[in-house]
Ligand binder design. Structure first.
Ligand code: AAL
Length: 438
């Protein structure tokens, strides 16, 4: 009896299954469009974008489509994505009055059954006075948002709700490097130990025109610490006159070729609009010596550093600044970057979750999320502070999220109007109108 029941049930589910499959295999409705003509080598660009470069004379733009990008369409490009953002739970910002700031998160790592992230944490009596007013800063009043800061960390089970665990690396006593502020950290796991690299300030940011900071490092046996400061500069600023003479920003270690590949950014030009480019320093040992790459700068654009192993090479987000901002770039040899895609709404200071960041992989799988920041989150420099946020994307070889591959984002009118004209611009337009009317 039981056998009969089982047979009947199997037959029933097989029939239902077949019906579903056969339904889904019904031929699609005939398209009302005209059938596509034979497109071979007519010399006319075909209606369906060819996967391979056509074998006839092409315009510069179409040449570039095939020569410079991995695929001719953004949606089939593994290094193209949208970015989506989520507010994090678990962080308090004192009513967003500017006295508490969290910014410049590290990469996210997964250890002991939870995610870890480290970041710049400032908790001061007042909001920052601003780098340009650095002369007004004191031992208690910060100049920039990242002045008088320590490195804190938080853990999470899901990447959305975080528990702030407290300080990881505090400012060391004077005159050790970083006594004024330790900021903008990133994590390396190397031979079972953990290393936090960070910017070490020995003067308030802005005091000599901008940032003046080399890179220092602390190490620990566990991501929960305790952290020991090496109390030395591991990546010094460049020599006078060199592009990175004032700052080694956003140190970002990955493991490649059995070595530590640490990417960084530097501000230079000392102009109202600073130029920013990226450099690379390589070491066999986490405490150095780090050798700066002879081709530095190796990226001409970007702001904070966000990179991840991808296939045999490394991919990088070039956000915000430079001739190629708003692009994702790829360097097969980890040094010579090419544009792989043009994107928008990129995460600032993105610290992705990269499971293979330190595995010395030659087949990097990419990323799908991480923690980034929004600066001046109150939209008011008198309350200037940063906040952490989550970003999601599909820059992964293992995930195929079609929604992330759409090229169009509909920013509503409010979004555009927020990026409105300044008083000076309105004045200029007024004057132009007057000249025409006179
Ligand atoms: C960020 C980073 C570095 C700078 C400052 C704090 O965008 O590039 O960290 O020093 O701003």
């Amino acid at each position: 009896m039981q056998l009969k029941n089982t047979l009947l049930r199997t037959l029933y589910f097989t029939l239902i299954g077949c019906t579903i499959v056969s339904c889904s295999e019904q031929p699609k409705q005939e398209s009302k469009q005209k059938p596509i003509a034979n497109q071979e080598n007519t010399g006319k660009f075909p209606y369906i974008i060819p996967k391979e470069k056509p074998n006839f004379k092409l315009s510069a733009a179409i040449e570039r489509t095939y020569n410079n990008y991995k695929t001719a369409r953004p949606d089939s490009n593994e290094l193209y994505t949208q970015f989506k953002y989520t507010e994090l739970k678990g962080f308090d910002y004192n009513g967003n009055d500017g006295t508490i700031s969290r910014r410049d998160p590290s990469k996210v790592i997964f250890e002991n059954g939870k995610y870890y992230v480290w970041y710049t944490h400032r908790d001061t009596k007042t909001a920052p006075v601003g780098g340009k007013n650095a002369h007004l800063s004191t031992d208690e009043i910060p100049s920039a948002d990242w002045d008088l800061a320590d490195i804190f960390y938080a853990t999470s089970k899901d990447g959305f709700t975080w528990k702030e665990e407290g300080v990881a690396v505090p400012r060391p006593p004077k005159p050790e490097v970083g006594w004024r502020s330790v900021t903008t950290t990133d994590i390396l796991k190397w031979k079972g130990k953990y290393y936090l690299y960070y910017q070490g300030f020995s003067e308030a940011s802005g005091k000599s025109g901008g940032d003046n900071c080399p890179v220092a490092v602390s190490y620990a046996d566990s991501p929960d610490g305790p952290w020991t400061a090496a109390n030395k500069i591991v990546i010094p600023n460049g020599n006078e006159g060199e592009w990175d003479q004032y700052s080694i920003h956003d140190p970002y270690p990955l493991v490649h070729n059995g070595k530590i590949y640490l990417y960084y950014k530097s501000d230079f030009d000392r102009n109202p609009n600073l130029s920013r480019m990226h450099g690379l320093a390589i070491a066999d040992n986490p405490l150095g010596p780090f050798k700066k790459h002879p081709l530095n700068p190796i990226m001409n654009s970007g702001h904070e550093t966000t990179l991840f192993p991808f296939k045999e090479g490394v991919a990088a987000l070039a956000i915000r600044d430079g001739v190629e901002h708003n692009t994702i770039q790829y360097a097969k040899d980890w040094v010579n970057f090419e544009i792989a895609s043009v994107v928008t709404l990129m995460p600032n200071a993105g610290g992705p979750f990269i499971p293979d960041a330190f595995t010395n992989t030659t087949n990097g799988r990419g990323i799908t999320w991480g923690i980034s920041h929004f600066t001046n989150a109150a939209g008011n420099y008198k309350k200037n502070h940063g906040i952490l946020a989550r970003f999601d994307c599909d820059l992964s070889l293992d995930v195929h999220d079609e929604q992330m591959k759409k090229s169009y984002i509909n920013y509503n009118p409010e979004f555009h109007y927020k990026h409105g004209l300044s008083k000076e611009q309105k004045k200029r337009i007024d004057e132009e109108n007057k000249k025409l009317i006179e």
